[in-house]
Design a protein around this ligand. Sequence first.
Ligand code: DGL
Length: 268
Amino acid sequence: MADNRPIGVLDSGVGGLTGVRVLETLGPEEDIVFFGDSKRAPYGDKTSDEIIECTMQDVAYLREHNIKALLIACNTITAYAILPLQKKYPDMPVVGTIIPTTEAAVRTTRNGCIGIIATQATVNSQAYDAELKKKLPEAQVISTACPKLVPLIESGHIGPEDDELYRVAEEYLVPLREKNVDTLIMGCTHYPIIRDVIQKVMGEHVGLIDSGGASAKSLLESLDQKELRAEKSRKGVTKIFCSANRENFLTIANAVLNRDIGADLKQI
Ligand code: DGL
């Protein structure tokens, strides 16, 4: 049985589109409804109660679009709200970033030294550390909160030649490079947008793990298992909603999705 209802995708801002671009590549027949809560971003500086409250409102909005499944393309929301969401919505698959991303990291590392960069809230939750220790008990895990990165990316500092971005990236990443991590989890879905800068600072030998991409793959696998994929013959449509700064959001979203999404983007 095919199910042509859309997949809902949630992030606090534009970063979750790094999950959408993988969904579009691997599941071109799927309709997607994305909501980026740019008005209330960053979520990474909020308390656990605030993150859960905002998330429940965001998901109620996505559910109005008759979604068949939910991709939490946000590590901060995954760290605090994935279990309450899975409990509240047993009728649909709800997939987050942390489990699929740690699986990819464990497959990638050779020396067992894994770095994590993420928002302050994600680092505080220790959700990644716990999941990595479960899968690879001997791993040496080093986490760094990068609170300046989401606001920089949301305000359009995404170019590989952006001096301010490069300076901030060095501030966070050089200590990780010096500790010899061979695998770095980009534990915030905004970070793959600045992948080139991160790779340049870390060096080509470091494997970068894209949490948006890993979670998108995992969601499609879950739809396959539950026979919830759309008909292969159709061409999916992506609708994108943000809650503030439409023009700025559009510029970054066009760069992430590599096309002009102007007609598909609405501010609510
Ligand atoms: N993309 C979100 C994440 O993966 C950013 C969170 C924020 O708004 O601080 O954590």
